[in-house]
Structure formats: structure tokens, C-alpha cells
Design a protein around this ligand. Structure first.
Ligand code: FAD
Length: 394
């Protein structure tokens, strides 16, 4: 197996690097570098999306007919890796990677024509209304009710852990339209305009001190039935389709840049002189290469239309747990330097300053924030259940 890039791929990498050099402003890069969570705040990730969209590179994984680039899996990998290394703001996956495949696969032609261009252009900012208090892993037990009223549904209930709902102007949600049969049969997938009267958003402050997630309340919220995706009661099938796309996110590029940061910080703090630490760093590096190869294979299969449910659960567990391992190594590296408490929330220095203990604020925030990685998009224990069922038939 020849793992080197071809000449054409190297030329593509040079093109991506030149584009990043010319278009990634200092502000955007500083925001990307300081980001603690899976995706940057709206101002930055929409700002970067608009730059990408002007070049036609906003959604490389989309089919060309809807605005994708037609790149090979290797080109997409090169693009993701170069963006991560250049520390671009992380784009929100809610529109680009989660609801868009659903709209493409299950939406009506008018829904595709309306929503997809708005996602590419950054005109809509989406949040995900799946989880409820008491309905997380056991998602099919959800209770948020949508009652038919002429051409509309009236929605009452609540959603919780809704990431960036306070920035979003649209939500894709699972609502209960029927309580008579099996829980899975009475669920409907609907798109909600967040400006509709009756919606209240209440912040939840996380362990890292961030306002990232929320509880959203619906009190008699009137939503046109025309906003439904697929048929009434088809929501469970659509929800699972979306989750496969959500869990198949690419983790390798982000882990790679975090590992590079840890290595540089460890060199500056002296942690790299510790043999046992170096071994653990090397093990994480090997695991990263294995993850990257697996991601390639899964991405290639998905881009040809395969439903990779077990594989997406495997990528999710491997990617998130490796990232958490790298974050822990980062804290170990920092422990070698004494960090005065008052420096905790200082932003890192100039973009090209050598990495060292001054990275502590970002690395600690990332460590805290990434504790949630093994919970969101379906807890990793539940992913292991899915794999044992689908792969081992248990
Ligand atoms: C930071 C963050 C952001 C999130 N963003 C969103 C969002 O934008 N939209 C959204 O809809 N949801 C979001 N979520 C919710 C997330 O999907 C749920 O937290 C997750 O599905 C787990 O559900 P739960 O919190 O109710 O925990 P529970 O389901 O109550 O699980 C508690 C524990 O029990 C374990 N467990 C549960 N069932 C089983 C089982 N059958 N076998 C083995 N172990 C089991 C779980 O692994 C977990 O450790 C977010 C969560 C977090 C933490």
C-alpha cells in the first residue's frame, strides 16, 4: 500500500495552502486558535463559511448538483487537515453536515431549493432539537407534542442541551405526533423558525464556564405542516439517517492539530524529556494514523451512498476518546510549567508566537469542553451497544 500523496494531490495541497494564506485573516485565525469547543461561535464560523462559499468550497462533501466540489476523499482529507493546521474557525455541522443530507434525501424539491443555498451562504444557522429531559439515550421516548390544527401543528414541550440555540434562526426537531403505537412510530421530523412566538430559550452554563447549550421551551408554537420533512410518523427513520451523518464527522484533522500543539507545549515545558510521557504521545500518534485511515474508508463508502451505521458509531467512539486522551496529555504537559492563576483566561499570544505554557487557557478550556464529546451525538456506551448489535449480532 502506497500511502504517499500523488503529484496531483500535492498540487492540490499547495492550492489549498495558498488559498488559506490569502484568505484566512488574522482575526479569523485567532478565533480558530482560541476556540475551545467543537465549533466556533457564530460570528466566526459564519464569517469563515462566507469566505469558503465565495470560493465554492463551503461544502466539499455535498453532491456537485447542490454545490459540492466533487473532490476525491483524499482531497477532502487534505483540505480538512490543512484547515485544521492553519487553525481556521470550525464550521457548525448542524446545517452543513446534519440537516442538509436529510433535506437532500427526504425533502421536497421546494425544500431543497429553499434551504440548501441558504445553508451554503450562511443565511440560516441551525440547531438540533432532539434531546429532552429524560429522553437522551432513550430518544424514542421523547414527548414534545405536535398536535394537528388545519395546515399547522401546535407544538408544546421542551428540548434540552440544544447547542447554540441562542444563535440559531432555525431548528430541526423531532416531535411526537402520535402516542398510540410503538414510541418510534409516532415521531415526526420538522423544521422550526426560531422567531415563531411561544419559543423561549434558557441558557445552561457548562463546566467550562461557557454558554453553549440551552433548554428550549415551546408553548403553543404554531408551525406550518409544510415545514415537515418526509411523512408524518417517518421521523424516527429520518432521525437515524441524520445521526449516521452526525457521527461520521471527521475527527482526525482536529486531533492532529491538538496533538501537534501538545507536542510543542511539551517541548517548551520539559514534559517531552519524560520517557513515559513520550511513549504515551507516540501511542496517541499511532492511534491517530489508524483513525485517519478508517475515516478515509468510511468517507469513501458514505460518498457512494452507503449507510455506515456501525462504522459511524465506531468513528465516533474512537475519534472522541482519542481527542480526550490528547487533551489529557496536554494537561500533563502543562503541569510541568507553573501557571499563575490570574493567567487562566488570557488569550494566547500572537498567532505565530512559539507555543508554550501560555497555551494553558485554551488547552484547559478544550479539555473541559471535550469531556462532553463522549456524551453528545449519542453517548459512547450507547454507540458500543449499537456496534455489538449490528456487528456481533448480540
Ligand atoms: C455539550 C452537549 C451538547 C449537546 N448538544 C445537543 C444538541 O444540540 N441537540 C440535542 O438534541 N442534544 C444535544 N445533546 C444531548 C446528548 O445527545 C445527550 O446528552 C446524550 O444523548 C445522552 O443523553 P442524556 O444526557 O439524557 O443521558 P442518559 O441517556 O440519561 O445517559 C446517562 C448515562 O447512562 C448511560 N446509558 C444510558 N443508556 C444506556 C444503555 N442502554 N446502555 C449503556 N449505558 C447507557 C449513558 O452512556 C450515560 O453515561 C448535547 C449534550 C451535551 C453534553
Amino acid at each position: 500500500m502506497d500511502l504517499r500523496f500523488s503529484k496531483a494531490d500535492e498540487a492540490f495541497r499547495a492550492e489549498v495552502r495558498a488559498f488559506l494564506r490569502d484568505n484566512l485573516t488574522d482575526d479569523l485565525r485567532a478565533a480558530g486558535r482560541a476556540a475551545a469547543s467543537a465549533f466556533s461561535e457564530k460570528e466566526w464560523n459564519i464569517g469563515w463559511l462566507k469566505v469558503l462559499n465565495a470560493k465554492g468550497w463551503a461544502a466539499p462533501h455535498w453532491p456537485v448538483e447542490h454545490g459540492g466540489t466533487g473532490w476525491s476523499v483524499t482531497q477532502r482529507y487534505i483540505f480538512d487537515t490543512e484547515c485544521a493546521l492553519a487553525q481556521t474557525p470550525n464550521l457548525s455541522p448542524m446545517g452543513l453536515k446534519m440537516v442538509s443530507p436529510v433535506i437532500m434525501a427526504f425533502g421536497r424539491p421546494d425544500q431543497k431549493a429553499f434551504y440548501l443555498p441558504r445553508i451554503l451562504a450562511g443565511e440560516d444557522y441551525w440547531c438540533q432539537g432532539y434531546s429532552e429531559p429524560g429522553s437522551g439515550s432513550d430518544l424514542a421516548s421523547l414527548k414534545c407534542r405536535a398536535v394537528s390544527d388545519g395546515d399547522d401543528y401546535i407544538i408544546d414541550g421542551t428540548k434540552i442541551w440544544t447547542t447554540q440555540a441562542h444563535f440559531a434562526n432555525r431548528m430541526f426537531a423531532l416531535v411526537r405526533t402520535d402516542t398510540s403505537g410503538k414510541p418510534q412510530e409516532g415521531i415526526t421530523f420538522i423544521l422550526i423558525d426560531m422567531a415563531t412566538p411561544g419559543i423561549t430559550i434558557q441558557p445552561i452554563i457548562t463546566l467550562a464556564g461557557d454558554h453553549e447549550v440551552n433548554q428550549v421551551f415551546f408553548d403553543g408554537v404554531r408551525v406550518p405542516k409544510a415545514n415537515r420533512i418526509g411523512a408524518e410518523g417517518e421521523g424516527w427513520t429520518i432521525a437515524k439517517y441524520l445521526l449516521v451523518h452526525e457521527r461520521s464527522s471527521s475527527y482526525g484533522a482536529g486531533v492532529r492539530v491538538s496533538l501537534k500543539r501538545v507536542r510543542e507545549v511539551a517541548a517548551a515545558t520539559g514534559a517531552l524529556d519524560d520517557h513515559a510521557f513520550r511513549m504515551r504521545l507516540a501511542e496517541a500518534g499511532v492511534a491517530l494514523e489508524a483513525l485517519t485511515m478508517t475515516e478515509h474508508r468510511v468517507m469513501a463508502a458514505i460518498s457512494q451512498g452507503a449507510m455506515m451505521a456501525a462504522e459511524s458509531s465506531m468513528l465516533k467512539t474512537q475519534g472522541t476518546e482519542l481527542m480526550q486522551r490528547v487533551n489529557e496529555l496536554g494537561l500533563e504537559a502543562l503541569q510541568h510549567a507553573v501557571m499563575p492563576y490570574e493567567h487562566r483566561w488570557i488569550r494566547p499570544g500572537a498567532n505565530d508566537a512559539p507555543l508554550g505554557p501560555q497555551e494553558a487557557p485554551v488547552m484547559i478550556a478544550q479539555y473541559l469542553n471535550n469531556r462532553a464529546m463522549s456524551i453528545y451525538a449519542g453517548a459512547n456506551e450507547v454507540q458500543r451497544n449499537i456496534m455489538s448489535k449490528l456487528v456481533l449480532g448480540l
